[in-house]
Ligand binder design. Structure first.
Ligand code: F6R
Length: 607
C-alpha cells in the first residue's frame, strides 16, 4: 500500500511527480504530498484525501524544483489527515515511505530522549527523525541512510531528499517493491514500473535489503551489507498507454468490458486452438510425482485459487490444500517432501502472499506463481510463472484479472491431468473447446447488462445479501459477496448452498435477497432444492442460471438472469463476470466511489 515516486533531474519535478502518483493512486488515496528542493531548502505541499485535492493545492501554490519525492497514502499508523500525510521530515531531510516500520515506538522513545520533537502519529516520521539525528551528528546523507536502514525493522520502500543536496536522492527497499528508472539526464524511483511508464522504460529493480543513491545521471546500488552491487537494467514491457478510462464511466466498467479480450489473450498463450491442446511453460515440479500441492493467495485471488483447487483435484487427482496466505504463513502446516505450490496474485506484490512464497521456498517447495505483472516481486522470486494477460487493472476491485486467473488455472488443471493420465486427448479437446468459447460467451454475459441492472435495482435496497453456489460456483458465490461488500458497502455472505441449512437459513426473511449461482448440470437439482427451502421461508430468490435452469427456477425465483449454457467446467468464469457486473451496477446505483472504494487499496503490501 501507498505509492512512492522520486525524481532527480531537469525541469519542474512536481507536475511529473503528481502525474506519476496518479498511476499509483490504486495503492491508496487517504492523502498525498510532494516535497521538492527549492533553493537548497525542502518545501512541501500536502493534502488529505485523493490526489485531486493535492492537485488543487499545487494549482494555488505551485512547488518549483527539479528534485522531488511524492506519496499517495493508505493509512496504517495515524489518521488520514494532512498532518499525517507524507512527505515527513525536518529542515534537513524529507522522506516518503510505503510499508510499516515495526520498531517505530522504541526508536521514537530513543529519539525523543535525544531531543527530537515529533509532529505526527506516523511510523514514517521515526525514520525521518532518525535520519535527521544522524545528519545533525555529522553524518553525510549516505552515511546516515546506511546507518538508519540498519536500525529499522519491518517492510518498507523509502525515498528521501536532503537540504543542500540538489542532485541527490536516496531510496531503499525491504519487503516492498521499488523500481529505479533511467532517463536522459534524469533518474526516477517509483513503487512500480507503471508509475514511471511515461518517464522511462529503462528500469532496474532493487532487491531485498538494497538501497540506492541517485543523481541526475546514475544510480549506485548497495546490498544489505552496504557492498556496491550491480542491478540489471531492463526494458520494461509496461506502458502507460493502456491506463485511460476511454469512454467508460469507471475503470471497473471498462475492465469488465475487457473480459472477452483478456480471456482470449490469456487463453491463446496456453491453448493451441487447432490441436486443442494445452501448452504450458515448463513447470518447476514433476506433475506425475508431486505428492501434494499448496495453493495460497489473498482476497479474490484466493477465491480463484479455490476454483483451481476443485479443477486440479478433479482433473489431475492431485491433493490440493488451499489457504488464504495470511493464515497459511502462521499455520505451520506440514509440507510434503517434493511438494509444490501455486500462488495466485494480480499485482505479484501482496505482502502476505509474498511471505507465503518465502516460507514455501524455505520448506523446499517448488513455487509456480500465476501473476499479472511479469516484473513483480512474486514473478521474480518464484521458480516459474504463468502469466495472466489481463493488462493493467486500475479499478481497486479485481474483475478481468480474476477471470484471467481462472483461465490460467483451468489450463494448468488440464495440463496436470493430461500429464498424469487422467485427461485423455478427447477430454482435453472438449475442455479446451469450452475454454476457447469463453471470450464470446463472456461477451454474451455482458450483453445481459439490462437484466442484471434490474436485479441490481432490488439488491441496492437490501441491507444484507446472501450468495449461494455449489462446487466451483461456491468460491464464485464468495466472489460475488466480496465484490458487493467492497464497492457498494452492502453486507453480503457467500455460502456453499448445501451449508445454508446449517445456520445461515436463520437470516432468511423477505428482506434478504438470496442470489444463487445455479447453472444446469449435475449439482443443479441439489441447489434448486436449497433455494426452495429459502423460498419457503419467505426468501427473495434471484438466480444466475442458463436456459435449462431458468425453466425450473422461474417457478419460484423473483428474478432470473439467463447466462449462456456452457457446461460445468466453464460456468464459474461466466458466473464470475455476472456477479462482478451485478456488484458494479449496485455500486453505481448507490453512488459510491466505484474505482476507489473507502479503506481499500489495490496492492496490499502490508501484512
Ligand atoms: C478484491 C480484490 C482483492 C485482491 C487481493 C489480492 O476485488 O481485488 O481481494 O484480490 O488484495 O491482490 P493480488 O491479486 O494483487 O495479490
Amino acid at each position: 500500500m501507498c505509492g512512492i515516486v522520486g525524481l532527480v533531474g531537469r525541469g519542474e519535478a512536481a507536475p511529473r511527480i503528481l502525474d506519476a502518483l496518479r498511476r499509483l493512486e490504486y495503492r491508496g488515496y487517504d492523502s498525498a504530498g510532494i516535497a521538492t528542493l527549492v533553493d537548497g531548502r525542502i518545501d512541501r505541499r500536502r493534502a488529505e484525501g485523493k490526489l485531486f485535492n493535492l492537485a488543487n493545492v499545487l494549482g494555488a501554490d505551485p512547488l518549483p524544483g527539479s528534485l522531488g519525492i511524492g506519496h499517495t497514502r493508505w493509512a496504517t499508523h495515524g489518521a488520514p489527515t494532512e498532518r499525517n500525510a507524507h512527505p515527513h521530515g525536518t529542515a534537513r531531510v524529507a522522506v516518503v515511505h510505503n510499508g510499516i516500520i515495526e520498531n517505530h515506538a522504541e526508536l521514537k522513545r530513543e529519539l525523543q530522549a535525544l531531543g527530537q520533537v515529533f509532529e505526527t502519529e506516523t511510523d514514517t516520521e521515526t525514520f525521518a527523525r532518525l535520519m535527521d539525528q544522524l545528519l545533525q551528528e555529522g553524518s553525510t546523507p549516505e552515511q546516515a541512510a546506511a546507518a538508519a536502514l540498519k536500525r529499522v525493522h519491518g517492510a518498507f520502500a523509502l525515498a528521501m531528499i536532503f537540504a543542500g543536496h540538489p542532485n541527490l536522492l536516496i531510496c531503499a527497499r525491504q519487503g516492498a517493491p521499488l523500481a529505479v528508472g533511467f532517463g536522459e539526464g534524469e533518474m526516477f524511483v517509483g513503487s512500480d514500473a507503471l508509475a514511471l511508464a511515461p518517464l522511462t522504460r529503462q528500469i532496474a529493480y532493487l532487491e531485498e535489503g538494497d538501497w540506492a543513491v541517485l543523481d541526475d545521471r546514475s544510480a549506485r546500488f548497495f546490498d544489505v551489507a552496504d557492498r556496491p552491487v550491480e542491478r540489471q537494467v531492463r526494458l520494461t514491457a509496461v506502458s502507460g498507454a493502456a491506463t485511460g478510462k476511454g469512454n467508460y464511466r469507471h475503470f471497473m466498467e471498462k475492465e469488465l468490458h475487457e473480459h472477452p479480450v483478456v480471456l482470449g489473450d490469456t487463453l491463446t498463450q496456453y491453448l493451441e486452438p487447432t490441436s486443442r491442446r494445452v501448452t504450458l511453460p515448463p513447470l518447476p515440479f514433476d506433475p506425475v510425482t508431486v505428492p501434494r500441492l499448496t495453493m495460497t493467495a489473498c482476497g479474490s485471488a484466493f477465491l480463484a485459487a479455490m476454483v483451481g483447487r476443485y479443477w486440479i483435484e478433479r482433473l489431475a487427482r492431485i491433493p490440493v490444500d488451499a489457504d488464504v496466505a495470511s493464515e497459511f504463513r502462521y499455520r505451520d502446516p506440514p509440507l510434503a517432501d517434493g511438494g509444490a505450490a501455486i500462488l495466485v496474485s494480480q499485482s505479484g506484490e501482496t505482502a502476505d502472499t509474498m511471505a507465503a512464497l518465502r516460507l514455501l521456498r524455505e520448506h523446499r517447495q517448488k513455487v509456480l506463481s500465476v501473476v499479472n505483472v511479469a516484473e513483480s516481486s512474486m514473478a521474480r522470486e518464484s521458480d516459474a510463472t504463468v502469466l495472466t494477460v489481463a493488462g493493467p487493472e486500475i479499478g481497486v476491485a479485481s474483475t478481468k484479472a480474476f477471470t484471467a486467473q481462472l483461465a490460467v488455472l483451468a489450463c494448468i488443471a488440464i495440463g496436470l491431468g493430461r500429464a498424469r493420465g487422467h485427461v485423455s486427448a478427447t477430454d482435453e479437446a472438449k475442455l479446451t473447446m469450452a475454454l476457447l468459447e469463453l471470450p464470446s460467451n463472456a461477451a454474451l454475459v455482458l450483453d445481459q447488462d439490462a437484466e442484471i441492472r434490474a436485479m441490481a435495482d432490488e439488491v441496492a435496497k437490501a441491507r444484507d445479501v446472501m450468495f449461494l453456489g455449489r462446487g466451483t460456483l461456491f468460491p464464485i458465490a464468495m466472489e460475488g459477496a466480496l465484490k458487493l461488500k467492497e464497492i457498494s458497502y452492502i453486507h453480503a455472505e457467500g455460502y456453499a448452498a448445501g451449508e445454508m441449512k446449517h445456520g445461515p437459513i436463520a437470516l432468511i426473511d423477505g428482506a434478504v435477497p438470496v442470489i444463487s449461482l445455479c447453472p444446469s448440470g449435475p449439482l443443479f437439482e441439489k441447489t434448486a432444492s436449497n433455494l426452495q427451502e429459502a423460498a419457503a421461508r419467505g426468501g427473495r430468490i434471484m438466480a444466475f442460471t442458463d436456459d435449462l435452469g431458468a425453466e425450473r427456477l422461474s417457478a419460484f425465483a423473483e428474478r432470473v438472469v439467463v447466462l449462456p449454457r456452457v457446461g460445468a467446467f466453464a460456468a464459474p468464469v461466466l458466473h464470475a463476470i455476472a456477479v462482478q457486473l451485478l456488484a458494479y451496477q449496485v455500486a453505481v446505483l448507490k453512488g459510491g466511489d466505484v474505482d476507489q472504494p473507502r479503506n481499500l487499496a489495490k496492492s496490499v503490501t502490508v501484512e
